[in-house]
Design a protein around this ligand. Structure first.
Ligand code: PRX
Length: 648
């Protein structure tokens, strides 16, 4: 923890939408009378029929129900595109920067409108209607934005699956929401390497019952020859040549679903987080404006992938609803060189830059020179998201990247929250490196102890949110009971975030990381149970337990304890085979960093694996293993310690 405080620069306090006094007044108003507050701010988007009801939410056990603006009628694509045409039709909506620095493209709002309408017509011609689910498995190309907005225009529910997921993971997600249509590309391109997206889609469909998927729309990215199944697969450009660029925006109820996004939890398969239309857009656009202090004409760049919630809310929906210019980057931070981010900032004169701590830490390793050789004079604000940012990385980001000039907004939120919940507002809130600081308007964080007692003042415990905000997820797709169980049963009457947190004497929140069996690897959320079930699916593995361990670059690495079937030899070759196996089963982001072959795992007499002990061993904290007397065989612990794998 750092005790340094960075004051709000004077220029910021004057120019920003919100200064200290205004933050306090607005926050106060938002929690005192949420109905009045959100009735006013709900008007920031256009409604075909205005809402008359604002907040109708209950966290009561057994009756959790979340509705905002429930009788309003609108359309998200209309708000992100059409409503800007009169005033800013010729303004750039999306700057696309390709993987190869020689490739980039600017798309105006007028062009975006034509593209989205065409894409919507292509989908409509394939029978996609309001309420249908469409899976999008695309690289970071403009068509990803067109496809998402096209779904929103038709009232279809998109489920974007990150291009780094395996065919297995993809098929599970297609099956869970019964998507009849998949949108993909021939290949993706990242860091000069090709990703066989269409081949992955074919492999995923092969894992499903016959006739599960009716249509595959293939965008040509690299032009590679791919297998096309007649009657099912169509090239996007060929289909788009046959349609007009006019497609009416469906009238959607505020509570109609907008998208599903699968995310990992402590147990079981990834769950489909469901977000709806009105509240989500109001919240994404409002946070985008205030947190990034976005002013018209500015160039804004969020480096996330649209496969994650950050890409949904802060590359696409928030910025476009605000009529912003948003940059979409296909590549990676270190290709062709570690100066890439900073070169893109200069090339497109980026004013606001939003990235993840893992990227900052890895670029930090390359030293200051690759940053300093670029100008970055256009920058005025920096952002961080996805995991706790350690004070060293924060300071480097501030001093080297931002030349001590740009405030950093460390934004805490989750797939489930739809938008940012705890964050500084740059003109209002003093910064402390490593703290996400204070709640956004309408957000009521509380810190509770293990029994659910609400702690006051400076304290440490688990982070819950006491009341609803418009961007909150509404349910787990197809499983409302799991929604209640996962988020509202640990501390009845409150939304449990799964995060631990400290609050200091100034009321600042310091997120300490997950307190459940979720780990955060390079800002990617991973359920340890998912990696375990991939490992035990290998014929030579009898049992596996997976925990996180501190990793200099990734934040957390994946540490797997593996017990082999009787008679199997624990060889280096098998270790490599298991890493490759998990990559194939889930995707590269789930590759274990360390695998320890363990003849036995520490279990209670009732057979439950004591993960606490495994975590401590992986963290090198042999002295604080705690009570091991309840173990069925305390001897296994000595073996685990003496064979602990070294960190890379
Ligand atoms: O543990 C918190 C961490 O990321 C989790 C949410 O992951 P995901 O749903 O994938 O969304 C990531 C992007 C919003 C949280 O439970 N997390 C996210 N942002 C921060 C963070 N931890 C600390 N500080 C943050 N700023």
């Amino acid at each position: 923890m750092s005790d340094k405080v960075y004051d709000v620069p004077a220029a910021w306090a004057h120019k920003a939408y919100v200064d200290d006094a205004k933050y306090k007044a607005m926050y106060e108003a938002s929690v005192k009378d949420p109905n009045a507050f959100w009735a006013e701010h709900g008007k920031r988007i256009d409604w075909f029929h205005p809402f008359t009801k604002v907040k109708n939410t209950s966290y009561d056990p057994g009756h959790v129900s979340i509705k905002w603006f429930e009788d309003g009628i609108t359309n998200v694509a209309y708000n992100c595109v059409d409503r800007h045409l009169a005033e800013r039709g010729d303004q750039v909506a999306i700057i696309w920067e390709g993987d190869d620095p020689s490739e980039s493209k600017k798309i105006t709002y007028r062009e975006l409108s034509a593209e989205v309408n065409k894409f919507a017509n292509v989908l409509r011609n394939r029978g996609v209607e309001k309420g249908d689910r469409v899976t999008i498995y695309l690289p970071m190309i403009p068509e990803a934005a067109y496809a998402m907005l096209a779904c929103a225009r038709l009232g279809a529910v998109h489920s974007v699956v990150f291009g780094g997921f395996s065919p297995d993971s993809l098929s599970g997600r297609v099956a869970d929401c019964a998507s009849k249509c998949i949108i993909t590309a021939d290949e993706g391109l990242r860091g000069g390497r090709k990703v066989p997206l269409k081949a992955n889609v074919d492999a995923a469909i092969n894992l499903l019952p016959p006739d599960s998927v009716d249509h595959v729309v293939v965008v040509r990215r690299t032009g590679a020859a791919v297998d096309m199944t007649p009657g099912r697969d169509v090239y996007y450009d060929e289909a788009a040549a046959l349609v007009t660029d006019e497609c009416p925006a469906e009238h959607m109820n505020a509570e109609d679903p907008l998208f599903i996004l699968y995310t990992s939890g402590s147990t079981g398969k990834p769950k489909g987080v469901l977000h709806t239309t009105g509240g989500y857009l109001v919240y994404a656009s409002m946070t985008h404006q205030y947190v990034f202090d976005y002013h018209p004409g500015e160039i804004y760049w969020c480096t996330a992938d649209v496969g994650w919630v950050t890409g949904h809310s802060y590359i696409l929906y928030g910025p476009l609803a605000n009529g912003a210019t948003t940059l979409m980057f296909e590549g990676v931070p270190n290709y062709p060189s570690v100066s890439r981010f900073w070169e893109v900032i200069d090339k497109h004169q980026v004013n606001i830059f939003y990235t993840a701590p893992t990227a900052i830490r890895s670029l930090m390793q390359a030293g200051e020179e690759p940053v300093k050789k670029t100008s970055r004079s256009s920058l005025r604000l920096l952002g961080s998201v996805g995991e706790p940012i350690n004070p060293e990385a924060w300071e480097w980001y501030h001093r080297v990247v931002g030349d001590n000039r740009c405030p950093i907004v460390d934004t805490w939120w989750q797939t489930e929250t739809g938008g940012i919940l705890i964050t500084p507002l740059p003109g209002a809130i003093k910064l402390k490196p490593g703290s996400a600081t204070l709640p956004f308007f309408g957000v009521v964080p509380e810190v509770v102890d293990a029994e659910g007692k609400v702690l006051s003042g400076a304290c440490e415990g688990n982070l819950v949110i006491a009341d609803s905000w418009p961007g909150q997820m509404r349910t787990v797709y197809g499983d409302h009971e799991r929604f209640e169980q996962t988020y509202f049963s640990t501390y009845p009457g409150k939304y449990f975030t799964g995060d631990g947190c400290r609050r200091d004497a100034d009321g600042y929140y310091w997120i300490t990381g997950r307190v459940d069996d979720v780990i955060n690897v390079s800002g990617h959320r991973m359920g340890t149970a998912e990696v375990e079930s991939a490992l035990v699916a290998h014929p030579k593995v009898s049992e596996a337990a997976v925990v996180g361990f501190p990793h200099d670059i990734k934040g957390q690495g994946i540490y797997a304890y593996v017990t082999l079937m009787a008679g199997e030899e624990p060889t280096e070759a098998l270790r490599k085979e298991l890493v490759a196996w998990v990559r194939k089963e889930i995707g590269p982001i789930a590759s274990p960093d360390l695998i320890q072959f363990a003849p036995g795992l520490p279990k209670t007499r009732s057979g439950k694996i004591m993960r606490r002990i495994l975590r401590k061993i992986a963290e090198d904290q042999f002295e604080s293993l705690g009570d091991t007397s309840t173990l069925a065989d305390p001897g296994v612990v000595d073996d685990l310690i003496s064979n602990r794998q070294n960190k890379r």
